[in-house]
Design a protein around this ligand. Structure first.
Ligand code: ADP
Ligand code: MG
Length: 250
């Protein structure tokens, strides 16, 4: 029985990483994470915000089960379906966009679901194309659709909109919100972009520089639909005042 997927609203994903160290062949070591603890409420959009190099990707790889070389505990049931979206779209180049989605689709995710999802992320026209025919922005849309096609219990997003121009990035952030709102999903997104964090988070987690740990967890009370530039500025100003120092720059 998968008590995470089927439990009541109080169930959460728990992450505890006591320590994660990288050891180099030359005997050097890098302590990437220390005493990291976090609960992710179901159906929340939890955003981890921290500076480049603090350990965000390291943490997501641990949560995804791609790295078990750490001390601590990631408390998910075995059957938990994890959806991933990395910085690079990582589409299969010899498959069409449609096939890229079909290959990972959850059981019961049929052609109509695929069409509807493709339409909602704006890639319906691209379904017969191959990934190399797509711009980076389009490829990111496909990667986003692919992550949702798995109908994940937990969706992990690693700086999914990095290195796009700000307008494209903003469009995709809002698109993520639309798709996520229509398909209740527990999401964990990491970013070093403060604006992105303030736009997307309902639970905002501030991370320390390396070795990273949780500095603070904030609930952002402004509904997603009301986060225009002024609202984001206000969230920013409020956090700057309460966390002076390095944690909130950008
Ligand atoms: P972020 O995603 O926040 O930018 P990372 O998790 O990628 O940070 O990296 C955290 C720290 O660990 C950095 O100092 C990075 O250089 C180091 N690091 C990451 N991967 C490895 C690795 N495979 N071997 C050694 N050091 C690594
Ligand atoms: Mg990273």
């Amino acid at each position: 029985m998968n008590d995470i997927a089927h439990a009541g609203v109080t169930s959460r994903f728990k992450i505890r990483v006591e320590q994660k160290t990288y050891f180099g062949a030359d005997g050097t070591s890098v302590l990437a994470i220390r005493d990291f603890e976090l609960d992710i409420p179901r159906y929340s959009m939890t955003v981890l915000m921290g500076p480049s190099g603090c350990g965000k990707t390291t943490l997501l790889r641990i949560v995804a089960g791609l790295d078990d070389n750490f001390t601590g505990e990631v408390g998910f049931a075995d059957e938990t379906r994890i959806g991933l979206m990395f910085q690079e779209p990582r589409l299969l180049p010899w498959r069409t966009v449609r096939q890229n989605l079909e290959l990972v689709a959850a059981p019961g995710f049929g052609p109509e679901d695929l069409q509807q999802l493709a339409q909602s992320v704006g890639i319906a026209e691209m379904l017969p194309r191959y990934p190399q025919e797509l711009s980076l922005g389009m490829a990111r849309r496909v990667a986003l659709a692919r992550a949702f096609a798995t109908r994940p219990d937990l969706l992990l997003l690693d700086e999914p909109f990095v290195s796009l121009d700000e307008r494209t990035a903003d469009r995709l952030r809002r698109l993520l919100l639309d798709v996520w709102s229509a398909r209740p999903t527990t999401a964990l997104l990491v970013t070093h972009n403060a604006r992105e964090a303030f736009l997307l988070a309902d639970q905002l987690v501030l991370l320390a520089p390396r070795p990273t740990r949780v500095v603070a967890v904030e609930t952002i009370p402004v509904p997603h639909g009301k986060r225009d530039s002024a609202a984001i500025e206000a969230i920013h100003a409020d956090l700057l005042e309460r966390y002076p120092g390095n944690f909130i720059s950008a």
